[in-house]
Design a protein around this ligand. Structure first.
Ligand SMILES: Nc1ncnc2c1ncn2[C@@H]1O[C@H](COP(=O)(O)OP(=O)(O)OP(=O)(O)O)[C@@H](O)[C@H]1O
Length: 282
């Protein structure tokens, strides 16, 4: 899968998510995600950002559509392929999901569970596992905290540990669901700088949902804007005009793209530009 923009890492084709209560959180969505890109998802609360992220790694089962990943023929339909995909897919959560009374090291080692067989999980961690975990903790600048309880760390430090836990998995794809939403602006920027730098250095493909438009502008190679479960913008930070932003965050139920958002969409340098409403079954 290669395009003018480079090698494709991930393809979403017509992914639709309707939850058990009948609510369609994601209308048919198709995206081509380039290898090594830092893609930011923007959108108001309830727009479908988490649903999109979770449908990529199967935490939410798409009602329709297909996720395919480079190097994994046949997509992630079979259980075997889904497990293989997840093995290379690190996840960073807003609330870190650390076990507070466990040490930082023990928490980071959890990131290695997906690469162990179910029986092997019963065995103690090997020296090389521990060294890898310590190296990941060092990368996020917290080696001196390796033996501290996770709940003694600040919010920003805990999120750095969440990143280390994802890194120890040696991911190719990193999904981060509002990773800095609960941090103060300065800490949020420094945690996102760390995440961005690591992704670029390791050439990881990253898909990150954010609420802070300024941070999206600062870090994103590409911004995908969701509104009421539909992609209404797909472009660069420069193309994210005030008007597009207003469309994304408008309170009105209307999701018609504005003229300038359509222009931005039309000018998108990516293979799969936004799908304005007229392209989507409503
Ligand atoms: N398990 C579920 N069952 C039913 N509806 C759900 C479920 N999870 C999410 N939703 C609904 O789907 C829509 C999209 O939710 P989602 O969490 O994906 O949005 P979001 O953009 O990530 O929001 P936020 O920024 O607040 O996290 C919302 O209307 C939400 O209420």
């Amino acid at each position: 899968m290669t395009s003018a923009m480079g090698e494709s890492h991930l393809s979403l084709r017509g992914i639709t998510v309707t939850y058990a209560d009948g609510h369609t959180a994601l209308a048919p969505t198709s995206l081509e995600v380039q290898q090594g890109g830092f893609l930011v998802l923007l959108g108001a609360s309830g727009a479908g950002k988490s649903t999109l992220l979770r449908s990529i790694n199967g935490l939410v089962q798409p009602t329709r559509g297909e996720v395919s990943v480079a190097g994994l023929p046949g997509g992630v339909v079979s259980r075997r392929n889904l497990l293989e995909h997840r093995r290379h897919c690190g996840m960073v959560f807003q609330q870190h999901h650390l076990i507070g009374r466990q040490s930082v090291l023990a928490n980071v080692l959890m990131g290695k569970l997906s690469s162990r067989g179910s029986l092997a999980s019963l065995w103690p961690w090997s020296k090389s596992d521990k060294l890898e975990a310590l190296a990941a903790i060092d990368r996020v600048g917290l080696l001196e905290k390796a033996l501290a309880r996770a709940d003694t760390l600040s919010g920003g430090q805990q999120q750095r540990i969440g990143i280390a836990r994802a890194l120890v998995q040696k991911p190719r794809l990193l999904l981060a669901d509002e990773p800095v939403a609960s941090l103060d602006p300065a800490t949020a920027q420094s945690v996102l700088t760390l995440l961005h730098d690591i992704c670029k250095k390791d050439r990881l493909t990253a898909i990150v949902s954010l609420h802070q438009v300024n941070l999206a502008r600062m870090f994103a190679d590409r911004i995908v804007g969701l509104r009421q479960g539909q992609v209404v913008f797909d472009g660069t930070a420069a193309q994210l005009t005030e008007e597009v932003q207003a469309t994304l965050y408008a309170k009105s139920p209307s999701i018609e793209p504005t003229r300038s958002s359509s222009a931005a969409i039309a000018g998108s340098p990516f293979d799969s530009p936004a799908q304005p409403k007229e392209f989507l079954p409503c």
